[in-house]
Design a protein around this ligand. Structure first.
Ligand code: NAP
Length: 320
């Protein structure tokens, strides 16, 4: 089979397409024939080799993908050949024609969802769900700010909230990004490159502030988030690409809670809960992954440049 192989850490161009042996499932493993693989920022960090717990070389990147079950190990009980699935982790990596997964790391892909969309499910929707509900415990009636709502996780978070009794605010830095927030059910959208957007958000809430913030770039925003956070507000830090000077008194005076989260730390029970919610939302149509770019697997290097360098507008997927 064809797969992207990383033999040395470095720039996106270290990802090369190679002919490798197709893996075989054993025990509780499932072999998935992939129709699409999802690209996430974390794969770019891992590729540099300086992120905590770097993969052992050589490796094939990717945890997210979607396709059809090709073969199953003899202990597999939940899946059979031909099932449409999305992946929520992978033993061998999803930037490939086939990948091996543990059976617990697959979710059922409803017939109304394309494989390209399926490749954009797990990391974005699971992160959005965990940040909103398993961490910040967002409740209908509350006002939620998705700070960085034009990308994979942000759009997923907006979709989890829209139509469920929340006041939903998103931010982006392009006109298309702002439009996307409204198109996905956001009640208001602001430009996070405008220094006054914190004040604008507070004004939008009538001066009360937002109850929950899902923060995609904490090293830039965490201190200023308190300008628009309500009393007893909660912030979940999802993304951060550096450090900042922070005044703890801000959290103290608002009785605020700051949660950190990494999807890698989720328990199997938490993941099972997310799979159930994802299947229900996809089947109902309230979750509808937005694909901005679909390119051949051989162009994986370009996908890593684009996910880090261009304005976000949904997911980038690779087609084997
Ligand atoms: P993405 O698709 O590349 O989107 C990045 C988002 O960040 C876009 O909405 C972008 O908006 C926004 N952004 C840029 N500058 C910003 C600013 N100053 N303030 C607020 N938002 C800003 O990435 P993603 O997949 O959604 O992931 C978002 C972040 O979460 C990444 O850092 C990723 O590594 C992290 N993440 C963490 C976990 C976890 O387990 N903790 C899981 C998944 C992702 P514009 O492009 O419109 O400016």
């Amino acid at each position: 089979m064809k797969a992207i192989v990383v033999r040395e850490f470095g720039e996106p161009e270290v990802m090369k397409i190679e002919e490798v042996e197709t893996p075989r499932p054993s025990g509780s493993q499932v072999l998935v024939r992939l129709n699409a693989a999802g690209v996430n920022p974390v794969e770019t960090y891992l590729r540099t080799g300086i992120y905590p717990n770097p993969p052992k070389l050589p490796y094939t990147p990717g945890k997210d993908g979607a396709g059809v079950v090709e073969a199953v190990g003899d202990a597999v009980t939940r899946w059979k050949g031909g099932d449409r699935v999305y992946t929520a982790n992978s033993i061998t990596g999803t930037y490939a024609e086939y990948c091996l997964c543990e059976e617990a790391d697959l979710g059922r892909l409803p017939d109304n969802v394309t494989f390209e969309q399926g490749a954009g499910i797990w990391t974005p929707y699971a992160t959005g769900y965990r940040a909103l509900f398993q961490k910040a415990a967002a409740k209908p009636g509350e006002t939620v700010l998705v700070h960085g709502a034009s990308g994979g996780v942000g759009i997923a978070a907006i979709q989890w909230l829209a139509g469920n009794g929340y006041t939903v605010i998103g931010t982006a830095s392009s006109k298309d990004g702002l439009d996307l927030i409204h198109a996905n059910g956001g009640n208001a959208a602001f430009d996070h490159t405008d220094e006054t957007h914190f004040a604008q958000i507070k004004e939008f809430t009538g001066g009360r502030g937002v109850d929950v913030i899902v923060e995609m770039l904490a090293n830039v925003n965490l201190e200023r988030d308190f300008d628009c956070l309500a009393m007893r507000g909660r912030i979940t830090v999802v993304g951060s690409r550096g450090s900042l000077q922070f005044t703890p008194r801000l959290a103290m005076t608002k009785d605020a809670t700051i949660y950190g989260m990494s999807l890698f730390n989720s328990s199997q029970d938490e993941r099972d809960e997310i799979h159930r919610a994802v299947f229900e939302g996809l089947s109902r149509g309230s979750l509808d992954p937005v694909i901005r770019l679909s390119i051949p697997l051989s162009e994986a290097a370009s996908s890593h440049h684009q996910v880090m360098e261009s304005k976000a507008l949904g997911k980038i997927v690779l087609i084997p």
